[in-house]
Design a protein around this ligand. Structure first.
Ligand SMILES: Cc1cc2nc3c(=O)[nH]c(=O)nc-3n(C[C@H](O)[C@H](O)[C@H](O)COP(=O)(O)OP(=O)(O)OC[C@H]3O[C@@H](n4cnc5c(N)ncnc54)[C@H](O)[C@@H]3O)c2cc1C
Length: 417
């Protein structure tokens, strides 16, 4: 039973927001050629650091006021209120201008739930409150040069040394590692077991001696992810996540939350459609029958995605764990982006590639170049189809993965025990 009514909570939240943030003024209807001509612009690393600092300030303030972890345990600074209070707060907060909070997506959306489910009491006490109060940010250290879709092929090793583990190996595509304080890492701890069985999860200090973080430049111009070398990095045994050699289940907790957060509540940005419709009208293409058919197809598919997102949200509201509907949502989202990118590229042609200075044209280039990444991040299209095939349609399991032989006997590039 909640110790505050939802009406009292709303009043308290509004008082906090009014005192600490500026209310958004109603946005003017979009008019082609008016306003800032930038959207989806990739930030450089300096801007990402600044944004992370600003985001921390806001989240810390709201945590102290009792709105940082509304559903979380009181022991860690939460309020143990039902999810409805959390949803209400989110609805209120979007009415105010606050710092972009995207730097917490991986840490709070994926790593923190895994820590809560699998960490030792010592690590929980050390990290969970700090994560929710934004003193620290977390990242996900799963992918390696030889292990992405088939994550269980990973070869970064952890070797026990007294009360510590020594981690050596390489991770790659780690989003936000450069502004993160801790990472959830999955390592190989037993080479004689089948690939999914000899893995163990840990929490690693991203600033520990031996952690070497290097930026990876993307075709968008940004460098939001990294390759990371672990050179005999020491981690205390009480920073282990779950039992030794049970890291696959730890990873699954994170991956289920990842798919739900990418594909779940996110049906795509409806402002994009407004912009694209205005563009079509601007070029006098709104009477072209072929363009109209393509545009109708895009709009219809965005509507379907919104309905799927509602279904996922309803499932979460009913207390269900994230399931394969997250994979469906992710597939729908990336397919819609692909349709949109193809359409915009067709309409704009060379204006998309060379900045002619014409309003509303070159501004699409970052979005177009960034879209393919989403087809891969959080599980590629093919992997999502495998999940839906196996778990929703009941098709036989993917045959390509050897889950029986000892890992040391499976030929994996770069594997060494
Ligand atoms: C924007 C972005 C952010 C990312 N952030 C992170 C992060 O923070 N942390 C992290 O650990 N990783 C991160 N990743 C990495 C991501 O998880 C991997 O890129 C992804 O799992 C795919 O692995 P891979 O790149 O090794 O490709 P591979 O697994 O080598 O796949 C290559 C191709 O083979 C196909 N394929 C593979 N297996 C199968 C199969 N069984 N059936 C059919 N087709 C198959 C794939 O679909 C793909 O087309 C990020 C990636 C991107 C693009």
């Amino acid at each position: 039973m909640a110790d505050i009514t939802i009406a009292e909570f709303e009043k308290e939240a509004l008082t906090f927001l009014e005192a600490n943030a500026e209310r958004r003024v109603a946005e003017k209807a979009f008019v082609w050629g008016e306003g800032a001509d930038t959207f989806y612009r990739e930030r450089d690393r300096d801007a990402e650091f600044t944004q992370a600092q600003e985001a921390k300030v806001w989240r810390n303030k709201k945590f102290k006021a009792g709105f940082g972890w509304i559903t979380g345990p009181k022991k860690y600074g939460g309020r143990e209120l039902p999810a409805a209070y959390d949803r209400l707060y989110s609805q209120l907060e979007v009415q105010f201008r606050i710092a972009d909070q995207s730097c917490f997506g991986i840490g709070l959306g994926m790593v923190a739930p895994t820590i809560l489910a699998h960490a030792t009491p010592a690590a929980l006490d050390l990290y969970i409150k700090q994560m929710w109060s934004a003193e620290i940010i977390g990242c996900q250290l799963f992918s390696e040069p030889g292990a992405g879709s088939d994550l269980a092929s990973l070869t970064t090793k952890a070797v026990k040394d007294g009360d510590e583990w020594i981690i050596t190996g390489q991770k790659v595509w780690t989003s936000g590692a450069h502004y993160s304080d801790i990472g959830e890492i999955i390592c190989r701890t037993d080479w004689d077991m089948p690939k999914h069985k000899g893995l163990t999860g840990f929490i690693v200090d991203m600033k520990a001696p031996g952690v070497d973080i290097r930026p990876l430049k993307q075709m968008t111009g940004g460098a939001s992810f990294n390759e990371i070398f672990f050179n005999e990095v020491r981690v205390r045994d009480d920073h282990r996540l779950g039992d030794i050699n049970n890291g696959w289940n730890v990873a699954l907790t994170t991956l289920m939350n990842e798919r739900a957060s990418i594909g779940g509540g996110n049906a795509g940005d409806s402002n994009l459609l407004t912009r694209v419709i205005a563009m079509v009208k601007h070029y006098g293409l709104d009477t072209d029958p072929l363009i109209r058919v393509q545009l109708a197809d895009i709009i219809m598919n965005y509507r379907i995605a919104a309905m799927n997102a509602q279904r996922t949200a309803a499932s979460a509201k009913a207390g269900k764990l994230p399931g394969p509907e997250g994979s469906v949502g992710k597939m729908v989202l990336v397919n819609n982006q692909a349709r949109l990118v193809k359409f915009v590229s067709h309409v704009l042609g060379p204006k998309l590639i060379a900045d002619s200075g014409e309003w509303g044209t070159y501004a699409w280039s970052n979005f177009v170049l960034g879209a393919p990444g989403l087809r891969i991040a959080g599980g590629s299209d093919e992997v999502m189809r495998n999940i839906v095939g196996e778990r929703v349609l009941g098709l036989p399991k993917d045959m390509g993965i050897d889950s029986v032989s000892p890992f040391k006997d499976i030929k994996v590039s770069g594997a060494k025990s």
